[in-house]
Design a protein around this ligand. Structure first.
Ligand code: SF4
Length: 399
C-alpha cells in the first residue's frame, strides 16, 4: 500500500463554468422550464398534464453529477473512476461512461490496482468506512460527493455508537447508502446496527424488545441485517433510530414511534431516555418531493399518474407507492417505456420487499377522450428525461 496522502476534493474542482454548457446540453429541458412557468400545467390536444411542484434532481444529485463532470475536465490525462453508479439513473450513468469515466463496479475493473495516479469519485450516497480507508491507503485522488444530508445521518449514527446505543436503520440493507451508514456504527468499539426494511420487520424487532423471543430465530431472520456478533438480548436494550434518507417519510416516522412504544412498554415511561433515541433523517429533498406529490394528488382529479425514475431508485419507488394509494400509477424508467397509446412498460408498485419485481407490459393504460395525467420524477431523474416523457404524452394524445 502507498503511504501517499490522498488529495480529497469536497467543495468542487474550480471547473464549474467549464462544464456548465456540457451539463445543460445533457440534462436541461426547455419544455420543463415552460411547464414550470405555466403553474406546472401543460395542455395540448386532449391532454392536461399536472407536474408536481418539486420533482427530479435534488441538491445532492445535482452536485454529485456536476463534480463528476468537473473531475473529468480537471484531470484529462488521468483515469477517472466512479465506485459504482453515481446515482440510480441509467441515463446519467451511461452519459458518464460516454464521457470516459470508468466504473469500479464493472467486472473488468480491478479495485486493488488503483494508485496515486487515479482519480476516484465517491457517490452522493457515500461509501463504507472500509472502502474509504482502502482508497485513502491507495493514495488515490478522491472527489467526495457524499451528500450533506447523508453526512448528517452518519453523524447521528456515530453518536449512537459512542453513547452505547444500537443504530436501528430503516432502510434497504443492500442499498449503498444504508451499507455506508451501517458501517459508521462500527467505527467505535462495541458499535452495533440493525437494519429494518418496513413496518413488518420493525414489528418483529419491537416484539422482541417487549417480550423477548427465540434468539436463534431472530438472528436467522436478520442474518444479513445486523452487525457482526449481534445479540438481540443485549443489543436491543438501547436503540437509536435513523433511516436511509430516501425512505417513505410516513413509514419512517411510524417505525420510530413503534420503537418508542416498545421501549416504553419494556422499561417504563421513566426510563425511556436511557433506552431510546430518535431523530428524523429523511432528507429535505425527499420530503419535499413526497409532500409535493401528496399535494398534487389532493388538488387535482387525475386519471392516472406517471412516476419517472430508475427502478432501483429508492426515492422514486416511494413516490410511486404514495401515488398508487390514490390513483392508477405507472412507475417508468424512461420515456421509451411509453411504448404506444396502447402499451406501457413499467415496474409493478408494492412494498419495499417487492423491489426486485421485473418490469411488466400493460395495455389500455391511456384513456380515450380527455385525459388528465399527473407527473413526477425521482431525485435522480434529470429534466431532459421528464421533458421527453411530456413530449411523448403530447404525441400520444394529439387530437
Ligand atoms: S436524495 Fe437527499 S440525501 Fe440523497 S443525494 Fe438527494 S438530497 Fe442528498
Amino acid at each position: 500500500m502507498s503511504k501517499t496522502q490522498p488529495l480529497i476534493f469536497r467543495k468542487g474542482l474550480d471547473m464549474k463554468e467549464a462544464v456548465a454548457g456540457e451539463l445543460a446540453a445533457a440534462y436541461h429541458s426547455t419544455l420543463v422550464d415552460e411547464v414550470r412557468a405555466s403553474d406546472f400545467r401543460f395542455d395540448a390536444g386532449r391532454l392536461t398534464l399536472h407536474l408536481a411542484r418539486e420533482f427530479g434532481f435534488c441538491y445532492g444529485v445535482d452536485r454529485a453529477v456536476d463534480y463528476a463532470y468537473q473531475a473529468r475536465a480537471r484531470f484529462p490525462g488521468r483515469s477517472v473512476f466512479l465506485t459504482g453508479e453515481i446515482i440510480h439513473n441509467p441515463h446519467v450513468n451511461d452519459r458518464l461512461r460516454a464521457a470516459g469515466i470508468r466504473f469500479l463496479s464493472d467486472p473488468s475493473e480491478n479495485r486493488h490496482a488503483l494508485g496515486p495516479d487515479d482519480v476516484v469519485i465517491l457517490p452522493a450516497f457515500g461509501v463504507t468506512v472500509n472502502e474509504m480507508l482502502r482508497l485513502t491507503e491507495q493514495g488515490c485522488t478522491l472527489v467526495d460527493t457524499t451528500c450533506g444530508s447523508v453526512l448528517n445521518v452518519w453523524k447521528n449514527v456515530v453518536r449512537y455508537a459512542q453513547d452505547g446505543f444500537t443504530a436501528v436503520i430503516h432502510g434497504k440493507v443492500r442499498h449503498e447508502e444504508t451499507r455506508a451508514t451501517a458501517s459508521q456504527a462500527l467505527k467505535y468499539p462495541g458499535g452495533r446496527y440493525l437494519v429494518v426494511l418496513d413496518r413488518d420487520e420493525a414489528s418483529m424487532v419491537c416484539d422482541y424488545i417487549e417480550r423477548g423471543g427465540d434468539r436463534q430465530a431472530f438472528l436467522a431472520r436478520f442474518a444479513d441485517a445486523v452487525s457482526p456478533g449481534f445479540d438481540p438480548d443485549v443489543d436491543l436494550r438501547r436503540v437509536g433510530c435513523a433511516n436511509q434518507t430516501t425512505m417513505l417519510m410516513s413509514e419512517s416516522l411510524e417505525i420510530g414511534e413503534m420503537f418508542g412504544r416498545a421501549i416504553r412498554a419494556r422499561y417504563g415511561d421513566a426510563h425511556v431516555a436511557e433506552h431510546f433515541r430518535a431523530f428524523d433523517t429523511i432528507c429535505s429533498a425527499t420530503q419535499e418531493r413526497q409532500d409535493a406529490v401528496e399535494a398534487l394528488l389532493a388538488s387535482e382529479p387525475l386519471d392516472l399518474m406517471i412516476v419517472v425514475g430508475g427502478y432501483n431508485s429508492s426515492n422514486t419507488c416511494n413516490l410511486a407507492r404514495i401515488c398508487a394509494a390514490h390513483v392508477r400509477t405507472y412507475h417508468i424508467a424512461d420515456p421509451d417505456c411509453l411504448v404506444s397509446p396502447a402499451h406501457i412498460r413499467h415496474r409493478p408498485i408494492g412494498a419495499p420487499s417487492t423491489a426486485n419485481a421485473p418490469e411488466t407490459l400493460s395495455s389500455d393504460w391511456l384513456p380515450s377522450g380527455r385525459v388528465v395525467v399527473g407527473l413526477t420524477a425521482g431525485a435522480s431523474t434529470p429534466n431532459n428525461i421528464v421533458g421527453q416523457v411530456i413530449e411523448t404524452l403530447e404525441r400520444f394524445t394529439a387530437a
